[in-house]
Design a binder for this molecule. Structure first.
Ligand code: MG
Length: 265
């Protein structure tokens, strides 16, 4: 009993001692009478006001750069040079052009980006054919180096680190929330660009979060290098880079995109 009382008394002293101190970056500080709550409350720099988009229509927040609003491809160019030759549809979407002799191929933004939040919507056509990687394949390349895979993954078996929502051949998605062909899918991608050492190695790796139809499928995932179809990721020092949309060489019906916007972070 006496021992139990002694333990209780010790705890009380410890707790009161704990309540009188606080730790900042490993250093213990004593609280004093002179300290006020306002000492740890900041008013500057002021936080910018942003008007959020309309959740019902996925419209962009007020500080976003609109990359595609259904009217034109003025923010895009062909990845091999020249105009972006994808088809703009009456419903405000655009469709991949696979005809390489008539303006087809990958397209990429004219502007380059570092850290960003990207919103993009994509749809596999209802009449899609093909299987595996040859069924609605496209992709969003971050800084023109790292692919977030786009594929019809509603009912289509392939390697898991190559299905929709994967960081292609590096990280499978946590779950599969893909909608069926004919319905729109959404990606919200949060990207932290890498930094490099003077001798060309990663100082900090690229980090990607992907929210797929409102579901997190990549949670602060670290990429270990560039996206490679054959072999392993490589390290290529780079600065800011464009967003590239893939025109995959398979024969399946081309997919469509709409409502693309980006916010620099
Ligand atoms: Mg792809």
């Amino acid at each position: 009993m006496r021992k139990a009382l002694m333990i209780l008394a010790f705890c009380a002293v410890s707790m009161s001692a704990f309540a009188q101190t606080f730790v900042i970056r490993g250093t213990r500080h004593e609280k004093t009478e002179a300290m006020k709550p306002t000492m740890s409350e900041f008013y500057y720099p002021e936080i910018a006001k942003v008007t959020p988009g309309d959740m019902a229509t996925n419209s962009a927040p007020s500080d976003a750069i609109i990359l595609f609003d259904g009217k034109d491809l003025s923010k895009w160019q062909g990845a091999r040079g020249g105009e972006a030759g994808w088809k703009i549809n009456p419903d405000g979407s655009m469709t991949v052009n696979k005809d390489m002799r008539n303006g087809g191929g990958d397209i990429m933004t004219k502007e380059s980006f570092g850290d960003f939040q990207l919103h993009i919507e994509w749809k596999v056509p209802e009449n899609i054919t093909g299987e595996g990687q040859a069924r609605g394949n496209s992709g969003v390349y971050l800084q023109n180096k790292y692919e977030v895979q786009i594929l019809d993954s509603y009912a289509n078996e392939t390697y898991v680190n190559g299905q929709a929502g994967s960081l292609y051949k590096q990280s499978a998605p946590l779950v599969n929330p893909c909608r069926k062909p004919g319905e729109w899918n959404e990606y919200d991608i949060i990207y932290t660009a890498p930094t490099f050492t003077a001798d060309g190695r990663y100082r900090t790796y690229p980090i990607v979060t992907v929210i797929f139809n409102g579901v997190i499928v990549q949670n602060n995932t670290t990429l270990v290098g560039t996206t490679e179809y054959i072999g392993f990721p490589t390290t290529e020092p780079h600065g800011d880079g464009p967003i590239l949309l893939q025109c995959h060489g398979d024969r399946s019906e081309p997919i469509s995109f709409r409502n693309i916007w980006i916010r620099k972070l």
